[in-house]
Design a protein around this ligand. Structure first.
Ligand code: G4P
Length: 527
């Protein structure tokens, strides 16, 4: 059976606020695992943070990111799949969706900046899905915040219990290393360390005079005090609580200095969950079920305008995925077969014959898939993803050439299937409004509509505040609302009613005047 394959696999993503060190850490993990040979291979995958965004540059970089969408390597008999997430904040939604396809995450925090905005949002998604998290506090070679204060900040801002499993000795220019609280051993920091592995010296007794020789007198006293405080506060680490997403272990290190990466990876391999069960609208699917199931969490368009095919990334949830076998596309009700399912690794594409739960395969697609689509061996169920959050920026798409209306419709439909932006159609009339979390997507949409679909558009900024999905047990109330606020009522892609409020004040008024309507801040809700 394929159970051995499942228990080998650990599928995760590294997440962080931009600049905290996600790319550096990912690269070190890959170097460590032998998946890449030289530093720099992952770096190039990052979308530059410059605000003057050259579209082709973005596309080129997005292109590179296809190649590194899933990076796999073997370590200590395990098969590690790292799912890449975009570094740019405007592509945050891509990251949210990727989080639906992983079984755990490593969260990187910059010790100088602490918990930043993007981290809070990413953690919201992890909490929602109960995804186990390991925290890596990076850049310990810089003068950062006090480590106890950081733990406090992590708990308060991320709403999760944390527990240090290693403890830093000083920071910045006084950073001496970390003490591993589990193995009770010391890992001494040397700036600019080239070797990837860490060297540990066992110190079960912190009063051992040798310790002073290693890290200094003051530091030893401080470490003794810190460790006795930590041991007094924290019980032994509760692994099931971590795997349930309730408790996050914390490590300290410096990715750029190759410091603490081995400790992190070893803990990850020991603790991180293997592929877990997943929820559908009908039932829970266990990975060891014999029949194949999977879902699309990401779609990437081909960069070559002459070939409009796309790659749909499918996370395998149960059974064995086999090449050239018919599978059932639940939403379309169609059987489909894939000749060239592909894995991507550091610019290499490989055709796969079989893939197992926890794996991701890329399927060539000519427009059949949208994000969230489920493939099965016939069962009519859909995997649950994450809800859509209200976009932050809204723009109306205005067609510049009426002869190209059809192309425009098709383009907008397909681009929003890919998840580039959210689409809202006005209830009255035929206005098309798209919403995103960042400006970059509009540039992407405008460019792609023109080059891939021949539709020339103008984008008009709308100073809207928020999109709220509306439900009511009394349908006539929604009709009444449409009479009152019709020009702000839209339908999303699934025909749900959406009120796009101009301001928080307008939304408050609507909530007050229509008590029978519930205004939801996300798209997935139960009636
Ligand atoms: P991101 O993917 O999360 O956006 O972050 P990235 O890894 O690109 O790291 C952001 C910057 O932080 C990089 O510097 C990187 O070298 C630096 N960095 C990463 N880990 C550490 C660390 O442990 N200590 C210190 N001091 N710096 C670290 P950069 O100047 O933006 O890029 P580069 O010129 O070094 O490539």
């Amino acid at each position: 059976m394929f159970e051995a394959e499942i228990s080998k696999r650990k599928t995760f993503a590294v997440i962080a606020h931009p600049d905290a060190g996600k790319t550096t850490l990912t690269e070190k993990l890959l170097l460590f695992g032998g998946a890449i040979q030289t530093a720099g291979a992952v770096k190039s995958n990052k979308i530059q943070k410059s605000t003057t965004s050259d579209f082709m540059e973005i596309e080129k970089q997005r292109g590179i990111s296809v190649a590194t969408s899933v990076m796999s390597f073997e370590y200590r008999d395990k098969l590690i799949n790292i799912l890449d997430t975009p570094g740019h904040k405007d592509f945050a939604e891509d990251t949210y969706r990727t989080l639906t396809a992983v079984d755990s995450v490593i969260l990187v925090i910059d010790c100088v900046k602490g918990v930043e905005e993007q981290t809070e949002r990413l953690m919201e998604v992890c909490r929602m899905r109960k995804t186990p998290v390991i925290v890596f506090v990076n850049k310990m070679d810089r003068d950062g915040k006090d480590s106890f204060d950081l733990l406090d900040e992590l708990e308060k801002k991320l709403h999760i219990s944390v527990q240090p499993l290693s403890w830093p000795i000083g920071n910045g220019s006084h950073f001496k290393g970390v003490y591993n609280l589990v193995s009770q051993s010391l890992n001494i920091f040397t700036p600019g360390k080239q070797k990837l592995t860490d060297d540990y010296i066992e110190f079960k007794d912190l009063t051992d005079p040798l310790l002073e020789n290693k890290i200094g007198k003051t530091e030893t006293a401080q470490l003794q005090e810190d460790v006795s405080l930590i041991n007094g506060v924290y019980p032994p680490f509760d692994v099931p609580a971590y795997q349930a997403g309730d408790l996050a272990p914390v490590y300290f290190g410096s990715a750029v200095n190759n410091f603490g990466v081995q400790e992190l990876l070893d803990t990850f391999v020991d603790l991180a969950p293997t592929p877990k069960h997943r929820e559908t609208n009908l039932r829970i699917v266990e990975p060891n079920e014999s029949k194949f199931t999977g879902f699309v969490f990401k779609i990437h368009a081909n960069l070559d305008p002459k070939h409009r095919d796309r790659i749909a990334f499918v996370r395998i949830c149960s059974g064995v995925f086999k090449r050239n076998t018919f599978y059932f596309h639940v939403r379309n009700g169609k059987e489909m077969r894939f000749n060239n399912p592909t894995t991507f690794m550091a610019s290499q594409k490989n055709v796969v014959d079989e893939a197992y739960p926890g794996d991701v395969v890329g399927l060539y697609d000519s427009g059949n898939f949208k994000i969230g689509d489920t493939l099965t061996e016939g069962e009519k169920m859909m995997f649950k993803g994450i809800p859509s959050f209200s976009p932050e920026i809204f723009k109306e798409i205005i067609n510049k050439n009426p002869l190209k209306t059809k192309q425009l419709q098709k383009g907008v439909e397909q681009l929003t299937d890919e998840g580039v932006a959210q689409l809202f159609r006005s209830y009255h009339g035929s206005r098309i409004v798209v919403g995103t979390v960042g400006e970059l997507q509009f540039e992407v949409i405008q460019h792609r509509l023109l080059h891939e679909y021949g539709a020339e558009v103008r984008m008009e900024h709308l100073s809207y505040y928020k999109a709220c999905w509306m439900t009511s047990t009394n349908k006539s109330k929604i009709e009444e609302f449409i009479k009152y606020k019709g020009s702000n009522v839209f339908r999303d892609k699934d025909e749900n009613f959406v009120y796009i409020a101009e301001s928080s004040w307008m939304l408050d008024v609507a909530i007050k005047d229509f008590p029978d309507i519930t205004f939801h801040h996300t798209s997935e809700f139960k009636l």
